[in-house]
Design a protein around this ligand. Structure first.
Ligand code: FDP
Length: 323
């Protein structure tokens, strides 16, 4: 561990003070969310609410609590023009947008189906800029992100950031509430035989995904010539964090059951931020046919096919699609 705090690190990198302000607000919201997640069973916050979100998915009390924490905390940032949240249908405008203002996209509590079983969940976020006065367009490419990251509420609370200077992870010190730099440079191992996919959907998969998983399962005796390992936490933040720490690939592909919706995971506040983190750590992110960061969304809650992780593995899967 270093003595470098989040604020010191962001300041050393020469970021605009308004961006540091916003990132510190995001860190505060993550700290408060971690506290609520940790105390969820004691406060009776684990069950379902009567409501569904804009995606038609059941909401848990903690989905709503985390969303409210982010909206209240980040609305404090003077240059934040708008918020786009998984839990809110409309874009929330906080001010008349001016050139250089920020736009914040977030999934306040990703993987919340894991709350009942006390497994890791997280928050995913992304920051983009308003490019001209009065511009209310939030439908921008992932390559326009200036910062992307996530907080993982696991045994330790970690904040992972990609902000144009590689990928760093900060760990929340439980006593002081300070995020300290614990992983100054995260890079993804290229040669790790581990894949993550919800295999119960196999009957819906397209041929390239069928072939990829089939080859992995054949192990040493198959065309890949090595044994693979499989993991599925059903929490994208936990999955991506594992891949950052020890390599592998995460797949939530387009399949016959989710094709009409465009996929499972949401582009602007789940997949594009994770793709930025993964690429900044030397990995790759693709739909199978297109680079995720090149996609232009057509609506704020758009879904997308997702393949993220070690570059060699993602490239291999893209090749299977091309063939
Ligand atoms: P959740 O709905 O619990 O928020 O973002 C959606 C997500 O979780 C991902 O975190 C996770 O990878 C995926 O859905 C789980 O999907 P399955 O239900 O198919 O396992």
């Amino acid at each position: 561990m270093t003595n470098i705090t989040l604020r010191r690190h962001l300041t050393d990198k020469g970021h605009d003070p308004d961006l540091i302000f916003l990132l510190e607000d995001i860190a505060s919201a993550c700290r408060s969310t971690a506290y609520e997640v940790r105390n969820g069973p004691l406060k009776g916050n684990l069950g379902l609410t009567d409501s569904t979100n804009v995606q038609g998915e059941d909401q848990k009390p903690l989905d709503i609590i985390a969303n409210d924490i982010f909206v209240e905390t980040c609305a404090n940032s003077p240059r934040l023009a708008a918020l786009v949240s998984e839990e809110i249908e409309e874009v929330v405008w906080l001010k008349e947008p001016e050139e250089g203002d920020y736009l914040l996209f977030f999934d306040p509590l990703d993987g919340s189906s894991n709350l009942d079983t006390n497994l890791s969940v997280g928050t995913i976020f992304s920051i983009m800029r308003v490019t001209k006065d009065g511009d209310r367009n939030v439908l921008k490419k992932g390559s326009d992100q200036i910062v992307a990251g996530y907080a993982l509420y696991g045994p330790a609370t970690m904040l992972v950031l990609a902000h144009g200077h590689g990928v760093q992870s900060f760990t929340l010190h439980q006593g002081s509430g300070i995020f300290r730099l614990t992983h100054p440079s995260l890079t993804i191992k290229q040669d790790t035989p581990e894949f993550a996919i919800n295999a119960s959907r196999q009957r819906f998969w397209d041929a390239p995904i069928q072939q990829y998983v089939d080859e992995c399962l054949q192990g040493k005796e198959g065309p890949r010539g090595k044994d693979f390992n499989m993991r599925w936490v059903a929490s994208m933040v936990a999955e991506v964090h594992r891949i950052l720490m020890r390599g592998g690939v995460f797949l939530y592909p387009l399949d016959d059951a989710n094709r009409a919706k465009g996929g499972r995971l949401r582009l602007l506040y789940e997949v594009a931020p994770m793709a930025m983190v993964i690429e900044a750590a030397g990995g790759a992110g693709s739909t199978g046919t297109e680079r995720i960061l090149d996609l232009l969304p057509s609506e704020p809650h758009q879904r997308v096919a997702t393949i993220l992780g070690s570059k060699s593995e993602v490239d291999y899967i893209v090749d299977l699609h091309t063939k």
